[in-house]
Design a protein around this ligand. Structure first.
Ligand code: IPM
Ligand code: MN
Length: 355
């Protein structure tokens, strides 16, 4: 029997609850498809600060690098917000992404037919939306140096090298080849030098992919267009901070931030995580939506383990649960037949695997 080693980082807030449900579903699907998953848990974020004094223990870095893939929940919370920046949970996450070399963050925004009413946008605007946001994850203004804040003046640096743009651009074009063959590159080239290099590099790359149509959009316009007519997009490729903002927008287009999974990929390993945060305000109440994390586990099976049949089974099991009217509290107002807890939703999806 095939065996995979999966590193697990539950994190803070609702992290542990949603990851537990994803593991439940992974156990059901691995059993049903005849492979086995061995999990090892590691600390990161606030809990790591509490237990070890640092947001990213060395053991976590090594453990994840030695695993086949990592499933991650969420980190952060008010309790750690006043710590100096280098000790904050978010700094741990950024340094984790950097150390894992996961430069390409894939954030699919796909509408579930059962939830067309859950979006704040009209059903006729969002029906059929299927967008892949490809966000550069370990460069740009998040990591650029110099950076400082002396209390009077503060600055950050938005920096991209050509090779960083090429590797993320390639990823976007390759993905587009398997989809609708359209890439929209988002930048702010009317103002920023770094965006001009981004745009020129995308144009150069496009020559290698003649069957893919490349377009460019300024980020302000892209934010507007996502809400005006989201169906116009296939693959969106953009830098770190623009991708952060646009993927949150895309999540609301499809209904709830509790639904969007993501894959952070590179040449060494991959991290799978929901795009939402640790939501400390609702932690421990059993009302978090585990679907984004369960979908992330599905992406892990598909992209890192090559178990696409198992990934398909997860997709089908989630759709069935939604079709039957099961909803967590965030979606209670949208065609719910029964409002269920986080754990009940996990049970329902896991049971659907074997039907
Ligand atoms: C995300 C989050 C992170 C980011 C934060 C928690 C540092 O918002 O994964 O989108 O900005 O990348
Ligand atoms: Mn974000």
């Amino acid at each position: 029997m095939k065996k995979y080693n999966i590193s697990i980082i539950k994190g803070d807030g609702i992290g542990p609850e949603i990851v537990d449900e994803a593991i439940k579903v992974l156990d059901a699907v691995s059993y049903s498809c005849g492979f086995s998953l061995e999990y090892k848990e590691y600390l990161m974020g606030g809990i790591a600060i509490d237990v070890t004094g640092a947001p990213l223990p060395e053991e976590t870095v090594e453990g994840v690098l030695n695993s086949d893939a990592c499933l991650f929940g969420a980190i952060g919370g008010e309790k750690w917000d006043t710590l100096p920046r280098e000790l904050r949970p978010e700094t741990g996450l950024l340094s984790f992404r950097e150390k894992m070399g996961v430069y390409a963050n894939l954030r699919p925004a796909i509408i579930y037919d059962e939830l067309v009413n859950a979006s704040t946008l009209k059903p006729e605007v969002i029906e059929g939306v299927d967008i892949m946001v490809v966000r550069e994850l370990i460069g740009g203004i998040y990591f650029g140096k110099p950076r400082a804040n002396d209390g009077e003046t503060a600055y950050n640096t938005m920096i991209y090298t050509k090779s960083e743009i090429v590797r993320i651009g390639k990823k976007a074009f390759e993905l587009a080849m398997k989809r609708d063959k359209r890439v929209c590159s988002v930048d702010k080239a009317n103002v920023l030098e770094v965006s001009q290099l981004w745009r020129d590099t995308m144009e150069e790359l496009a020559l290698d992919y003649p069957s893919v149509e490349l377009s460019h959009m300024y980020v302000d316009n892209a934010a507007m267009q996502l809400v005006r007519n989201p169906r116009q997009f296939d693959v969106i490729v953009t830098g770190n901070i623009f991708g952060d903002i646009l993927s949150d927008t895309a999540s609301m287009v499809v209904g709830s931030i509790g639904l969007l999974p993501s894959a952070s990929t590179g040449d060494k390993t991959a991290i799978y995580e929901p795009i939402h945060g640790s939501a400390p305000d609702i932690a421990g109440q059993g009302i978090a939506n585990p679907i984004a994390t369960i979908e992330s586990a599905g992406m892990m099976l598909r992209y890192s383990l090559g178990e696409s049949e198992a990934a398909d089974k997860i997709d089908t099991a989630i759709k069935k649960a939604l079709k039957e009217g099961y909803r967590t509290k965030d979606l209670a107002a949208f065609d719910a037949k029964e409002v269920v807890t986080t754990a009940e939703m996990g049970d329902i999806i896991a049971n659907n695997i074997n039907k």
